[in-house]
Write a protein that binds this ligand. Structure first.
Ligand SMILES: [Zn+2]
Length: 315
C-alpha cells in the first residue's frame, strides 16, 4: 500500500510524509527479487478460482489518486513491465476536483506544525460553539503519528460533525495556504491521466465519493458514497471489474452494511488496511488486508524501527 511517492524535500511542503522516488525504486528492486508482482485482475481470478497465483505473489496498490502516481509511479512501473492498482476518490479526481479534508489536514500540519494547527482548530471550534475533544474514539490510528498529531487528526476527521470540520478546515486552508480548488487540481490525478494510465495497463478502483469515514454514516449515506463508483471507474477505464478500498481502512472504519452495499453495488473486491499477508483461503473478498510500504525494506532512518513485517496489528 502506497500513498505519496514524491521527493517532499524538493516541494513547498517538505514535511509531507512521502516515499521518495529513489526509495520506491529500491523497494521495487527488493520486491521483484523476493516476490512475483501480479496485477489486480490476476488476484481477482485467483479469488474466483479461475487461475492459480504464482508462489510469493504480491500486488502494488496506490491510494488517494495523487498526481505522484502519474508523474512518478507510472513511468517506473512501465519501465519495469509492472502494473499497479490505483484507488480514486470521486470528489478529488472527478470532473470538479475538491481538496479532501484528510489532505487539508496533512498540508496544514506540514505548513503550521502540529501545535499551531491544533490551536487553530480548537480556536475555530470555540468560535463556532463546538465542544472539541468530547470523546476520544480510536479510529484509523496510524502508528507512525506522534500523539499530538494523532489527537488532532482524530478530532477533525472522526469526532467533529463533518460539515463543521470541513468548514473549519476550508477556512484555515484559505488563510494559511490558499485556494483549495487550485491546490486540488495540482494534487490529484485528473480523468485524462486516469485514462492514459488505464491504457498503459494500470487498474483502477473506487475509494468513495468524499472520503468520509464510512462507519460514521447511515446505510443510506454509505449508499450515496458507494453507488456511482463502479459506473464512474468503468466509464473511465473500460474495466470489466471495479475494486474498492476503505478510507482509513482499519476494521472499525466500515460496517457490515458497507460490505453488503459494496456487494450489491457490483464491486468485485475491497481492500482494508489490516497489516498482514493475504490468504486466499481465509480472507473474504471484501476485506483483503495489505501491508504498508513502511513495513518492508528498505527501512529509512527517519522512521522508527518497524514492527516485524506482516504483523497482525491493524491500522
Ligand atoms: Zn484514502
Amino acid at each position: 500500500m502506497y500513498h505519496y511517492v514524491r521527493d517532499s524535500a524538493a516541494t513547498a511542503f517538505p514535511d509531507i510524509r512521502a516515499l521518495s522516488p529513489a526509495l520506491f525504486e529500491r523497494q521495487l528492486d527488493w520486491l521483484q527479487a523476493e516476490y512475483t508482482l501480479i496485477d489486480l485482475p490476476r488476484l481477482e481470478a485467483a479469488l474466483d478460482d479461475t487461475a492459480a497465483l504464482p508462489d510469493n505473489a504480491a500486488l502494488l496498490t496506490f491510494d488517494d489518486g495523487f498526481v505522484d502516481h502519474y508523474e512518478t509511479v507510472l513511468p517506473v512501473l512501465t519501465a519495469r513491465g509492472l502494473r499497479g492498482a490505483f484507488f480514486l476518490t470521486e470528489d478529488a479526481c472527478g470532473a470538479s476536483p475538491r481538496l479532501l479534508p484528510v489532505h487539508k489536514v496533512q498540508f496544514l500540519i506540514a505548513r503550521l506544525g502540529v501545535e499551531a494547527f491544533g490551536r487553530a482548530v480548537l480556536q475555530a471550534c470555540d468560535a463556532a460553539g463546538l465542544s472539541a475533544l468530547a470523546g476520544r474514539e480510536v479510529l484509523g490510528i496510524d502508528r507512525w503519528d506522534d500523539e499530538g498529531a494523532r489527537t488532532i487528526k482524530q478530532l477533525v476527521s472522526h469526532q467533529l460533525p463533518f460539515d463543521e470540520a470541513e468548514r473549519v478546515l476550508e477556512q484555515l486552508f484559505a488563510r494559511h495556504i490558499g485556494d483549495s480548488s487550485a491546490f486540488a487540481r495540482r494534487l490529484y490525478l485528473n480523468e485524462a491521466m486516469v485514462r492514459e494510465m488505464a491504457a498503459a495497463g494500470m487498474t483502477f478502483g473506487h475509494h468513495t465519493r468524499t472520503h468520509r469515514l464510512l462507519a460514521r454514516l447511515s446505510a443510506a449515506e454509505q449508499q450515496a458514497e458507494l453507488a456511482a463508483g463502479v459506473a464512474w471507474i468503468r466509464g473511465l477505464t473500460g474495466q470489466a471489474t471495479v475494486s474498492f478500498c476503505y478510507p482509513w481502512g482499519g476494521p472499525h472504519t466500515y460496517t457490515r452494511d458497507t460490505v453488503r452495499i459494496l456487494r450489491e453495488a457490483g464491486y468485485s473486491t475491497a481492500f482494508n488496511t489490516v497489516r498482514r499477508r493475504l490468504s486466499l483461503v481465509e480472507d473474504g473478498r471484501y476485506e483483503l488486508p495489505r501491508v504498508d510500504t513502511r513495513d518492508l525494506p528498505p527501512y529509512t532512518a527517519a522512521e522508527p524501527a518497524p514492527a516485524p513485517a506482516f504483523s497482525t496489528e491493524d491500522a
